[in-house]
Design a protein around this ligand. Structure first.
Ligand SMILES: *[C@@H]1O[C@H](CO)[C@@H](O)[C@H](O)[C@H]1NC(C)=O
Ligand SMILES: *[C@@H]1O[C@H](CO)[C@@H](O)[C@H](O)[C@H]1NC(C)=O
Ligand SMILES: *[C@@H]1O[C@H](CO)[C@@H](O)[C@H](O)[C@H]1NC(C)=O
Ligand SMILES: *[C@@H]1O[C@H](CO)[C@@H](O)[C@H](O)[C@H]1NC(C)=O
Ligand SMILES: *[C@@H]1O[C@H](CO)[C@@H](O)[C@H](O)[C@H]1NC(C)=O
Ligand SMILES: *[C@@H]1O[C@H](CO)[C@@H](O)[C@H](O)[C@H]1NC(C)=O
Ligand SMILES: *[C@@H]1O[C@H](CO)[C@@H](O)[C@H](O)[C@H]1NC(C)=O
Ligand SMILES: *[C@@H]1O[C@H](CO)[C@@H](O)[C@H](O)[C@H]1NC(C)=O
Ligand SMILES: *[C@@H]1O[C@H](CO)[C@@H](O)[C@H](O)[C@H]1NC(C)=O
Ligand SMILES: *[C@@H]1O[C@H](CO)[C@@H](O)[C@H](O)[C@H]1NC(C)=O
Ligand SMILES: *[C@@H]1O[C@H](CO)[C@@H](O)[C@H](O)[C@H]1NC(C)=O
Ligand SMILES: *[C@@H]1O[C@H](CO)[C@@H](O)[C@H](O)[C@H]1NC(C)=O
Length: 410
């Protein structure tokens, strides 16, 4: 109820108590969608001397912009065809003049005056009260309000994780068939709730607990009208900003000549990363080189390279901090080194074993060749063939030596 309507109603009530005269209660302004309908809420009263003149047969008449006797009304409930298609939905006998106009177009924008025509002398135009109908092309954007723990939050303030968030979308519903609907959508996959209708106001709440995954997510509320010719929608959006404690999303260590560890952290506000070697804070130096990489407004990757001489320390701790909480990741360095050196040892053993097998094979081949040469030399007298075989065997031996040398350098 707007102010004008309230004032009119107050007059209406006062007169009801005192001595009833002609009065009307109408909304000051109504908006209507082009191509849709308009509902006019209307109550009237008459001078008590005419009470006998009002019956089921009374007619409700609407004038537009003018109300003098010479101009013709735009609607007359006693007539089959009026300029405006419509219906008096209220019972005039009960002083209810609620009216609906259909197929509203921009031609219907204007100020409307009501007239009651009863039997006998009851014929009265309510000149003092009018309703302004404004035909609009598109619906008005809904209103989206952010509530945190039941308190309305304005502007681009940040919400702390764990708080209960309620996004309330509301819109004044304009006359339409079927009625308008509100729908929520968001830039992230989040389950969204349905709408509820409260008289002329349609409301849809989206309730959830603020979490890091809601950070920078935009929520959009849309109001939709299904009209004959085209569908009309309007929408409003809100982007949520969530502050949350740091989390370590990924971390790892690898060891070769140097030990390199990294920590990937996320948090809002932007977190800081600190490293502790056997419980002692590590600073950026030539033997403990620390570098960082910004991944986003809320995440970073911090690297630490430890010189061989430092890896005798047992533990390395990665600590991520922001104002809402800390996160830690512990690395057991001796274990990493042992694991690395053990694999190195396995490689060496494997290589040595391989080499040994090759040597043995060659030795066997060599002996066999020599034996067969001897045998051949004894049976046949083809010296050239034997010498060729010999040189091939010598080449084999040479290859084996080379392999051994390579193993030594590893
Ligand atoms: C009702 O109408 C009569 C006659 O027209 C008039 O005398 C009377 O004052 C009116 N009543 C009120 C409350 O105005
Ligand atoms: C209102 O809708 C009608 C069709 O239903 C269209 O012809 C007319 O241009 C619209 N009015 C305005 C102001 O756009
Ligand atoms: C309304 O229609 C009735 C019946 O046709 C007619 O008698 C009456 O004069 C009309 N009212 C106006 C204000 O034109
Ligand atoms: C508006 O009224 C004019 C004249 O009365 C008429 O020619 C026109 O078709 C009307 N427009 C609509 C959308 O009804
Ligand atoms: C309709 O009512 C408003 C106030 O509600 C008034 O300002 C306006 O002049 C009225 N229109 C006519 C044509 O009397
Ligand atoms: C959502 O929260 C609001 C206020 O916090 C509450 O009034 C409303 O009932 C809640 N809605 C649902 C569906 O839980
Ligand atoms: C309007 O929307 C409804 C429901 O979303 C759909 O079924 C219909 O086809 C749409 N009409 C037009 C003209 O786009
Ligand atoms: C962790 O980081 C490593 C190196 O950047 C990457 O290969 C791996 O896929 C990441 N794991 C996860 C779960 O993000
Ligand atoms: C290890 O150190 C040696 C000699 O200092 C160097 O040639 C080699 O590239 C290093 N390897 C790695 C993986 O850093
Ligand atoms: C550590 O120092 C080097 C230069 O010595 C620099 O490039 C690097 O950004 C520093 N790291 C941090 C975390 O300050
Ligand atoms: C990062 O933050 C700045 C300001 O703090 C903002 O303008 C920018 O849009 C943000 N970018 C992303 C990808 O979050
Ligand atoms: C984070 O750790 C620091 C000490 O390193 C401590 O003072 C602080 O209270 C911790 N903050 C939270 C939120 O746990």
């Amino acid at each position: 109820m707007n102010t004008a309507e309230k004032i009119l109603s107050v007059c209406f009530l006062l007169q009801g108590v005192c001595c009833r005269d002609f009065s009307i209660s109408l909304p000051e302004k109504i908006q209507a969608l082009n191509g849709s309908c308009v509902i006019i809420k209307c109550r009237f009263d008459i001078n008590e001397t005419y009470d006998k003149d009002i019956s089921e047969r009374a007619a409700g008449v609407w004038y537009k912009d003018k109300h003098d006797r010479i101009s013709s009304p735009v609607f007359n409930s006693s007539m089959q065809n009026s300029f405006i298609k419509g219906k008096i939905t209220g019972k005039l006998k009960d002083k209810d003049c609620n009216t609906v106009f259909y197929d509203v177009t921009s031609n219907h924008s204007g100020q409307y005056f009501f007239r009651i025509e009863g039997e006998g002398g009851l014929k009265w135009t309510y000149r003092k009260g009018n309703v302004s109908v404004n035909v609009i092309e598109s619906p008005v954007n809904p209103r989206v309000v952010l509530y945190v723990d039941g308190q309305e939050l304005q502007g681009q303030q940040e919400v702390l994780e764990g708080r209960s968030v309620s996004l309330r979308c509301s819109a004044e519903t304009l006359c339409s068939s079927p009625p308008a609907t509100l729908t929520w959508s968001s830039t992230a996959k989040i389950p969204l709730s349905k709408s509820s209708k409260l008289k002329e106001l349609i409301i849809s709440d989206l309730n959830f607990t603020a979490a890091p995954r809601h950070h920078r997510v935009t929520f959009t509320c849309s109001i939709s009208y299904q009209l004959q010719n085209k569908n009309r929608t309007a929408h409003s959006s809100i982007t949520l900003h969530v502050q949350y404690a740091t989390q370590i999303s990924n971390s790892s260590c690898s060891s070769t000549n140097v030990t390199v560890c990294f920590c990937e952290v996320d948090g809002n506000p932007y977190p800081v990363v600190e490293w502790y070697l056997s419980g002692r804070p590590v600073s950026n130096s030539s033997s403990t080189f620390i570098s960082k990489e910004r991944l986003s407004n809320t995440s970073l990757r911090s690297f630490i390279s430890l010189h061989q001489s430092l890896t005798h320390s047992n533990t390395l701790l990665c600590v991520s901090k922001n104002t809402h909480g800390n996160a830690t990741q512990l690395f057991h360095l001796d274990f990493i080194i042992q694991k690395e050196s053990r694999t190195l040892l396995f490689i060496l053993i494997g290589a040595a074993a391989g080499a040994l097998v090759v040597v043995m094979l060659c030795a066997v081949t060599y002996t066999c060749v020599r034996l067969s040469t001897k045998l051949k030399a004894q049976t046949e007298t083809v010296d050239t063939y034997a010498s060729l075989q010999l040189s091939a065997a010598q080449n084999l031996e040479y290859d084996t030596l080379n392999i051994k040398k390579r193993e030594d350098t590893k």
